[in-house]
Ligand binder design. Sequence first.
Ligand code: ZN
Length: 749
Amino acid sequence: MISCQQQAVNSVNIVPEPVQVEIQKGYFSLSEKSLLLFEGTDCAFEQYVRQYFSDYLGLSFSQEKGNEKYGTVIFRLNTDYDKTVGEEGYRLEVNKEGITLTANTHAGLVYALQSLYQLTPADVAKNSPKGIQIPQVKIVDYPRFEWRGSHRDVSRHFFDVEHIKRHLDLMALYKMNKFHWHLTDDHGWRLEIDKYPKLMEIGAWRVDRPGISWAKLKEQEYAPKEGEPSTYGGYYTKEQVRDIINYAAQRGIEVIPEIEIPGHCSEILAAYPEFGCDDFPYYVQIGPYWPPKAILCGGNDKVMTFLKDVIDEMAELFPSEYIHIGGDEAFIESETFKHNWELCPKCQKRIKDLKLKNPEALQGWMICEIEQHAKKHGKKIIGWDEILEGGVTADAIVMYWRGWLGNEPLMEAAHKGNLVISTPTTHCYYDYNQIEEDPNQEGPKRHYLPLEKAYAFDPIPEGLPEEAAKLIIGGQCNLWAEYLYTPKESEYMLLPRLLALSESVWSPVDRKCWEHFVKKLPEQKKRLSALGYNYCDEVGLIREAKFNKNKSDVGNPKMKGSFTYDFANDMYTLRGGGYDMWYERDEFFMVWQEVTGDFKLSAKVAFEGEGAHLLRKMGLMIRESLDEDARHANVSLHGNMLAALQYRMEKGGESKDIRSANQTNQYLIYPEGLAPEQVEENTPIMPDHLMLERVGNKIIMKTGIGSYSDQPDATVEIDLPKKCYVGLFICSHSVDLLETGYFWNVKLE
Ligand SMILES: [Zn+2]
């Protein structure tokens, strides 16, 4: 392990940090008089290099001007394979005679060129008359991961070809190699498909509400009116797509297209209503669309034909071996509607005919059909991690995104043998805030993902078992575009976090060093400014956790240990019955208590500290087993293993609305707190007493403020084994709290 200090000495300002750098004394002076030579490379590459020198350094090389006595710059494609650097690595040597860049592939040479550029002074005057001083070095460099991805959502807001190319330039500069192009979503279809012209005529356009914030657009008053023209949007023609693919390829970047199915498809249903389950009039969404109702009918053969036709055209257009088929958030149920597939006779018939066990399995069947079809074109499919629930083959690549589930999806993928691309919300969602109070960011408060945390990302999380770790092929950042209206805003969110990611996916673990990275930043920012990119100038830091472990630990000899909460690194959700509750950074499972047989457990909870008044919920969670390291398992679904019986109660109301799902060893019981609008200043909104009594299968709960009420607040029947564990559960459920750092000291009496 190289210490940061050593690294600073043995390093140059290159991001991502190279594998090996040897600095020598002296400089080479690069000018237009130097002789530019290519050995074994193709025309497209040479053209790229010449353009690059011209755009980035103001140097235009020509045969007439070039003279060996001013040194040579040689780009050489190896004739003998250099095993050390492999497919994408390179060697770069600068000495007094000139510069030699060698690699086994064009991509390797592209990366060598980026490193060479980063060796030039960031503030160099273009085509400096004295020549550009480049330090003499020997660099050997190659990537840690084969998948170094950057994703762009062009559906929520549309970005033109020019901007996409600028994005690809940035990717090349930081040696990123997979451009994941999210081309379709509820808010617009962006890909020309010859066979279905209405996708472009209707699906690509939505009613425009200029000047109104995205968040506000969920309000009814802004909903599109009958006959109102759709003027916002656009799509890429096949010719433009080919242009972008070529542009990317020249920079060593592969373009992976994504179409979202079977959910996130309002725009398809707006164009082709016959592909839906119901007669509901769908339109291309104009703002927040949650919970999403639009879903393609799983029982309609025409839908399958449509999807296969689209795959055919995509397979022909995109040379990549991958097609991303989305697959996320198709199964959201809500209190306001039941899932379409449960109501649709066609879907129900398909479920019956195929002997599927539930509507979720219908999604699995659809995805598998598409996967088989894509295979006919020699393509592999990629899907968001929900595709694991459906039964895709082991050839499908899983994009792990649900960071709040911890390692669960990674373990599930390992169990099934699928390769994984790591892109968890916790570290890779660059639409999240990078500084806490950001005047440059519009819209509601968003999750906090500071630069330091982006840098802390490792595609292979610490402690992940080897069988799962070996299936992870890399990492990726995602740039969702709900609040990104312009190229400038997009760059601001991407930068400099993209630089952080590049070190996570390229540099060896022992060459990564946050302190060193921060030192390199000012020079990198100068470079970005020189190239005209917009970036966030503040360095966002991970917040300190303030949890007071000692206080929560006292008072109960039977306590199984306190739950240590890492404020900065956690975000997870509790799922059950299709009902999705988000808790972020504000949830605790303080203590677990082993209980046997019937029991009566009462908790008196005292809150201390600033912000305690913002607490919204307290409850007791019961588990059949207690996995010591299963911090996330405590609150997450693992395949079909877990189910939550969730009891919700309106204040003063009856005990209704018991939700049960396919969980089996976890139960959660709690009274609902008051809604924020019901809270006046100093109103206690949390019960401070909680009693849980088990008699046979019955669980009786009583809560109160100051004392218990006479009547049980809830009685739930649960088939629970004799020995179980009870944990105290507290969370805020308050948006304000997501952005602040309060911690409470809690005692069980
Ligand atoms: Zn249907």
